[in-house]
Design a protein around this ligand. Structure first.
Ligand SMILES: [Zn+2]
Length: 218
């Protein structure tokens, strides 16, 4: 298959509520929050991993277009691996556990989203030390028997209003329906807005909006 072009869909992710995508280094940081957000170790700035954006897009789209059982209901616990050229999920995101899929290769590349210049400036103007501006939210757990609050957990979050730069590359091969694939990716972004990014979405975390979205070709 011949690669015809690469379409870039880029813009900003605006956090409407606090965002918590967990890092894995909390036990190295004694006295830190119980749950910390993932950060670039060189700058200390939080970022949104491309894998989080891609994974959420896919899981949301699977709810609508994923594999169906005999009754026509979507099978939610299994990503699509049909590998058909007609399946937009397998074509864009890759056929799950299917190395010989006819739709290969995977069309989408999602870059890590770093904090936007604007947000970095805002934070500096507010005299925050670099990497030390994250919000730490105390959350109580309620003991169901006694009804009393137990020791709070401290959850670190990126504050509402922060913006990240995102970039998605879509490889267009000969025979692809370009507009259909672009629309599918954009629908994926819409579906993230209808859901959330990161953890604790059902408790209000991770509401985001994709803004200033543009398409370029090369
Ligand atoms: Zn499929």
């Amino acid at each position: 298959m011949k690669l015809l072009k690469v379409v870039t869909i880029s813009g900003k992710i605006e956090c409407k509520t606090g965002l918590c995508i967990k890092g894995s280094n909390s036990d190295l940081n004694i006295g830190g929050a119980d749950s910390e957000v993932i950060k670039n170790p060189l700058t200390g700035d939080p970022y949104i991993p491309g894998s989080s954006i891609k994974g959420k897009m896919r899981s949301q789209l699977e709810k609508k277009y994923g594999m169906k059982d005999k009754k026509g209901n979507v099978i939610l616990d299994k990503p699509c691996g049909c590998g058909s050229k007609k399946c937009k999920i397998c074509t864009v995101f890759g056929a799950h556990m299917n190395a010989g899929a006819e739709c290969a290769p995977v069309r989408i590349i999602v870059r890590d989203a770093n904090l936007s210049e604007e947000t970095i400036k805002q934070l500096k103007n507010r005299d925050f030390e670099k990497g030390n501006f994250l919000e730490v939210k105390a959350e109580n757990t309620i003991n169901r028997k006694s009804g009393t609050a137990e020791a709070p957990r401290f959850i670190e979050r990126v504050p509402a209003g922060a913006k990240f730069d995102f970039k998605i590359l879509l490889q267009i091969f000969e025979g692809d329906n370009e507009n259909e694939l672009i629309d599918f990716v954009k629908e994926g972004l819409k579906q993230i807005e209808n859901s959330y990014l990161g953890g604790s979405g059902s408790r209000g975390y991770g509401e985001v909006k994709f803004i200033d979205v543009i398409e370029t070709e090369n």
